[in-house]
Design a protein. Structure first.
Length: 236
């Protein structure tokens, strides 16, 4: 599995989870053999406007590499500037240059959706394309997106968003095949992962309903996804 020019040791990726995937947790998961860990989502506005609390969420330790930093926002110029900060930050003790930049298209929390960010962007393909083009032009590190099914069960919005990401030069797509309104309820529709894999040529990362080790093998076998992202089952 490669994301851009970055080769992963195995197909296991930690999903970004707000309030969970902070530095200590990511280091523990890395010790357990995870190939790639992802920060909790970080506000592009907070970064650009100098919020120390926001910047602290991007503290990265050398022993957790490679690590992906996830940002969210709605304005192309702000997202571009935030992407450059994620790529170029540095500190004396902690190394804060992310190896991968990830864009959040999956958060369905009301306050994020109300801003027009997260999964709300899946309803606005033109705005999404502008953001992804701006971000891709700003950084040379690999770039990915993490999305949901969209706002209905058809999966058409996910296919469209993934094609936009590929056309904009993004290196991989992660899909959690639940709709915006499902939250974490119901069942993840793994068939959409298969459709996505057949629709784009960049790597597809499957996510959703991974509860035990065999589920990883089953998802790869049933969907053909390139790697598997583990979220809530990693806690504890």
């Amino acid at each position: 599995m490669k994301i851009g020019g970055l080769a992963l040791e195995n197909p296991l990726i930690l999903a970004p989870m707000a309030g969970i995937t902070q530095l200590p947790f990511r280091r523990l998961v890395k010790e357990a053999g995870c190939a790639l860990v992802v920060t909790e989502m970080v506000s592009a506005n907070g970064l650009v406007h100098g919020s120390k609390k926001t910047a602290d969420l991007l503290a990265i330790h050398a022993d957790e590499r490679p690590v992906s930093a996830q940002i969210f926002g709605t304005d192309a110029d702000i997202m571009r500037e935030a992407a450059q900060m994620v790529h170029g930050m540095g500190a004396d003790i902690l190394d804060i240059n992310a190896d991968i930049l990830d864009i959040n298209l999956g958060c369905s929390v009301r306050k994020i959706v109300r801003q027009g960010a997260g999964v709300a962007l899946m309803r606005e393909p033109e705005r999404l394309e502008a953001i992804l083009k701006a971000v891709r032009s700003a950084v040379s590190i690999p770039a990915t997106v993490k999305m949901r099914t969209g706002w209905d069960h058809s999966g058409d919005q996910a296919i469209r968003a993934a094609r936009i990401a590929e056309d904009c030069g993004f290196d991989a797509v992660a899909i959690h095949p639940r709709t915006a309104t499902q939250g974490f309820g119901g069942k993840a529709d793994w068939s959409l992962i298969t459709r996505l894999k057949d629709s784009i040529s960049i790597p597809v990362i499957g996510n959703g309903d991974i509860r035990e080790p065999n589920d990883v093998l089953r998802m790869q076998s049933e969907t053909g996804c390139d790697s598997v992202m583990i979220g809530r089952a990693s806690i504890g």
